[in-house]
Design a protein around this ligand. Structure first.
Ligand code: PHE
Length: 365
């Protein structure tokens, strides 16, 4: 046996040994140790190759070629094993860190939509179907929008009737108020652009009052229609249409009773027919009446305050208590409970989050 032969036997044995070690390496760090021990600067293959110069030239050439082939096979095997281990490690990590976003929410976490929110959406859906858009104004109003522009000048007795919350005033300035009704949004809507107007404005309102049917904060929805020819008959038709759709009673009885508001002339209050059977209240039938809103033809002086000519423009406005019609429609007896955030009350009277009111599917299911 030549030196070259024994060298090659040694190399063949080393190749088998290394191939086993590569296959056995279970993680990339171990494999790296195998690689350094074989192919590194002081590795075993490198070391064997140092024996080549001692061989005779012809043998050196043959053995050198064989060595290179072994080195390349070992390197390729290491690279392949490395890829496989890396993939397995990524797989394992993905599995360990997986987040199942498909888990259903636990029933105890389920909230409900407050009746005021639900009824507000119902009202918006009905008026949107009649061509109204939604307008907004601030809860903190100035004296002009809440009173003066609505034909309630300073010292007007109606100011006392509103039980107003006043904010502390800056020296010399008129105090701001928590708006006592949504009517100031009429003024804002008309000052925001040219007529015609067809808007509703739902929102919070505030009065210093508290008993079973009054809370210091409550909700109203304002309606305003102004163009050149809108008349009282349109007002009546619009509100009757609303009443039928909202209470879901085909022959809803409604009564327009003469009344007074400084910002409308003529003015009316609207009652709906009902029957009381003990504690139960049935809407639409019976001999009793329940007031739900105030309305009228917008007063010429209000139009003048926003720069409209009462000779060419006219229309109607109404203001309705949202909490009040919510109580009537869903048989909720005490208004104060609306704002106490009692979870048992909210679960009982609240609505499922996906019960979005729309006319096509019925308002509430
Ligand atoms: N703002 C009146 C109120 O709060 C309601 C109303 C609005 C009446 C619009 C007529 C026209 O009582």
């Amino acid at each position: 046996m030549t030196d070259a032969d024994s060298l090659q036997t040694e190399v063949a044995a080393l190749e088998r040994e290394l191939m086993r070690a590569i296959g056995a390496a279970g993680e990339t760090a171990t494999l790296e140790q195998v690689r350094v021990a074989a192919l590194g600067r002081k590795g075993r293959i490198t070391e064997l190759m140092h024996g080549l110069p001692a061989l005779a030239p012809a043998e050196r050439k043959r053995a050198g070629a064989a060595f290179n082939a072994v080195r390349d096979r070992i390197a390729a095997a290491i690279a392949a094993r490395q890829r496989a281990l890396h993939e397995a490690e990524v797989e394992a990590r993905l599995r360990a860190e997986a987040l199942d976003v498909t888990l259903p929410p636990r029933p105890t976490d389920r909230g409900t939509i407050h009746p005021v929110s639900q009824v507000t959406e119902e009202i918006i859906a009905i008026f949107a179907d009649m061509g109204f858009t939604v307008a907004e104004g601030p809860d903190i109003e100035d004296d002009f929008h809440n009173f003066t522009a609505l034909n309630i000048p300073p010292e007007h007795p109606a100011r006392q009737m509103h039980d107003t919350f006043y904010l502390e005033a800056a020296p010399g300035a008129a105090p701001m108020v928590l708006r006592t009704h949504t009517s100031p949004v009429q003024i804002r809507a008309m000052r925001a652009g040219p007529p015609p107007y067809r808007v509703i404005a739902p929102g919070r309102t505030f009065r210093r009052d508290s008993d079973q049917t009054h809370t210091p904060m409550f909700h109203q929805v304002e309606g305003l229609v102004i163009d050149r020819s809108t008349h009282m008959g349109n007002l009546k038709g619009c509100l009757e249409e609303f009443g039928r759709a909202f209470f879901e009673v085909e022959n809803l009885r409604m009564r327009f009773r003469p009344s007074h508001f400084p910002f409308t002339e003529p003015s009316a209050e609207v009652d709906i027919g009902c029957r009381r059977k003990g504690n139960e209240l049935v809407i639409g039938a019976g001999e009793d009446w329940l007031e739900i809103l105030g309305c009228g033809m917008v007063h010429p002086r209000v139009l003048e305050h926003v720069g409209l000519d009462p000779e060419t423009h006219q229309g109607f406005a109404f203001g309705m208590g949202i909490d009040r019609v919510a109580m009537l429609k869903y048989g909720i007896p005490d208004l104060r409970a609306f704002f106490e955030s009692d979870l048992r009350w909210l679960r009982h009277y609240g609505f499922a989050a996906l019960d979005v009111p729309g006319l096509a599917m019925g308002l509430a299911r």
